[in-house]
Ligand binder design. Structure first.
Ligand SMILES: Cc1cc2nc3c(=O)[nH]c(=O)nc-3n(C[C@H](O)[C@H](O)[C@H](O)COP(=O)(O)OP(=O)(O)OC[C@H]3O[C@@H](n4cnc5c(N)ncnc54)[C@H](O)[C@@H]3O)c2cc1C
Length: 371
């Protein structure tokens, strides 16, 4: 069975514009043929559908980059252990996926394309199964964690400290999937806002999205002493060891992983100059400023620059983060980390590239899709 990324990409490009319908068909088919699998998924499938296509898109477009793909599939396989996924589920998913692509790319479908999809899916599923098997010997599938602190910093942002029941190794900049008791089987990703600590605790910065299942449960309905479930830490926005000076651009709770990275640099003993731009729409949304100012006063090579976009009366730096970023000298020699709402991140990365920062020196959060 030989891999043919070109044929897979070509046929996937036909399906991408109708991704919503294809994802609905995929799950309909999966559950019709395997009703027992429905119980593994959350009651509402909207986020799940996006995750499926997010993951599939990333896999298909990475087929030509074996190293990046292998590391992504490894994370995906390890992360799927928390759902209780076993090898035979991959067969069921593979059958439903093939039926979906065949149907939505019907006008170009050939036996060669089918063979290319079977080969690509088999290789991807095997990589995930192998990574999950290897992880099973050394790490739990998920962690229980007790809420040991819950600070409501604004009406809708909480800083939550959790103590996992077992050691949970992670790299600064990574995130975890969280499930609350209020919504079984509904998992959402939140960045870890600290570097690893002796006491094994982690912090999350959570903004309650109006009508959001998990964020609202965490901000409004979670108390000290409650328990949540955590998936394994994942994500690739981790600190570089280049030794270059750093620019960190944080929009809203996008501050969380960047704070973890700055804490890591502090504890490493390195002393690069760090500019940390922290953006919010309104002054009161700068929910972590006192703590950041404390850090800044202890480490003179760290500059914390709060930026507010929508408060005309704010007497500090005003504007949108991607624009404010350009008011400084060039960042071309810096390592840059960007995290926040997708539009902000995309614009910041575009502007940084225009201004001469090599893409290789820019790290941003990339969501880990799941299916
Ligand atoms: C890699 C990664 C890291 C993340 N880290 C954090 C973090 O550290 N802190 C944090 O607060 N969030 C973080 N998020 C977002 C988080 O995972 C959830 O998407 C968010 O909390 C909403 O989940 P929910 O279950 O409350 O809402 P859902 O039930 O999923 O959504 C409810 C409604 O709100 C809309 N919605 C969803 N998200 C948003 C949003 N961000 N803004 C406006 N509307 C929205 C949905 O379209 C839907 O209509 C991160 C996301 C990713 C991908």
């Amino acid at each position: 069975m030989s891999l043919n990324p070109h044929l897979v990409k070509e046929s996937f490009a036909v399906v991408e514009p109708v991704a919503d319908r294809a994802a609905a068909y995929f799950y309909g088919r999966l559950f019709a043929e395997n009703p027992h699998l429905r119980g593994m998924f959350p009651p509402a499938m909207d986020v799940q559908r996006d995750r499926l296509f997010g993951a599939l898109t990333r896999i298909v477009w990475s087929l030509d980059s074996p190293d990046g793909l292998a590391s992504y599939l490894g994370q995906l396989g390890r992360d799927h252990r928390k759902y209780g996924v076993i090898p035979e589920h991959y067969t069921a998913i593979g059958n439903a996926l093939l039926a979906t692509i065949r149907r939505f790319a019907a006008e170009i479908w050939t036996a060669e394309i089918e063979a290319a999809w079977v080969a690509a899916y088999t290789a991807a599923a095997n990589a995930m199964i192998e990574a999950a098997d290897a992880d099973a010997g050394i790490s739990p599938a998920w962690w229980l964690a007790e809420v040991i602190d819950h600070e409501l910093r604004t009406r809708d942002i909480a800083v939550i400290t959790l103590r996992p029941s077992q050691r949970m190794p992670f790299v600064p900049g990574q995130y975890v999937n969280v499930q609350t008791a209020r919504w079984p089987r509904v998992w959402r990703t939140f960045s870890i806002a600290n570097a690893p600590r002796e006491d094994n605790t982690i912090r999350l910065h959570v903004r309650a999205v109006p009508g959001g299942w998990v964020s609202t449960a965490l901000v409004e309905h979670t108390r000290i002493g409650d328990t949540v479930m955590l998936g394994p830490p994942v994500g690739t926005m981790t600190p570089s060891d280049s030794g270059r000076d750093m620019l960190c651009v944080a929009g809203g709770t996008g501050l969380a992983p960047l704070k973890a990275i700055v804490e890591h640099v502090i504890s490493s003993g390195r002393r690069p100059n760090i500019h940390l731009l922290v953006g919010a729409r309104h002054t009161h949304e700068l929910y972590d400023l006192p703590d950041l100012i404390r850090m800044e006063s202890s480490f003179p090579w760290l500059r914390v620059l709060p930026v507010v976009s929508d408060d005309a009366g704010y007497d500090g730096m005003r504007g949108r983060l991607p624009e404010v970023m350009e008011r400084f000298h060039s960042w071309a020699e810096h390592d840059v980390y960007v995290c926040g709402p997708p539009e902000m991140v995309n614009e910041a990365v575009r502007r940084l590239q225009w201004s001469g920062v090599p893409l290789a020196n820019i790290r941003r959060d990339i969501a880990l899709g799941e299916f």
